[in-house]
Design a protein around this ligand. Structure first.
Ligand SMILES: [Fe+2]
Ligand SMILES: [Fe+2]
Length: 137
């Protein structure tokens, strides 16, 4: 059983809209984990997945905008991580729509680990840059 994602204020990067989105993303993934645990209906799962995809795309756009505004030198390699995530989840959803894939622990583990490590590493690095450059206090 995949364990729930736990928010920690250590993950804050002190940009309000980005931090709020990160908290919401953790909540959306937890809903998927609970859905699997409680054997929820398949249509509901698909709704949650679509919410996750739409919300993550909006989040990536928010980060890209902040990175452009702050002239972040690692914006390109950061956005490549976002693209990789998007490709992985879209491939999964295509299989899911076709009925050849079920919500498996492998997918939930991927979501959980990707978001934890991306927020703790790549996003944190951007937060440190913003601090060093005086964009955030
Ligand atoms: Fe992020
Ligand atoms: Fe990011």
């Amino acid at each position: 059983m995949v364990s729930l994602m736990k928010w920690s204020d250590d993950l804050l990067i002190h940009v309000d809209d980005i931090d709020d989105q990160h908290r919401n993303l953790f909540l959306i993934i937890n809903r998927l984990i609970v859905h699997k645990k409680t054997n929820g209906p398949r249509e509901e799962l698909l709704d949650f997945l679509h919410v996750l995809v739409a919300y993550s795309q909006a989040h990536f756009r928010t980060e890209a905008q902040h990175m452009a505004d702050a002239h972040y030198p690692l914006a390109q390699e950061h956005s490549e991580e976002h693209v990789e995530f998007t490709q992985t989840i879209q491939a999964f959803m295509r299989d899911y729509d076709k009925g050849t894939e079920d919500l498996c622990d492998k997918m939930l583990t991927f979501l959980r680990l990707w978001w934890l490590s991306h927020v703790a590493d790549a996003d944190q690095k951007f937060g440190e840059y913003l601090k060093e450059e005086g964009y955030v206090p």
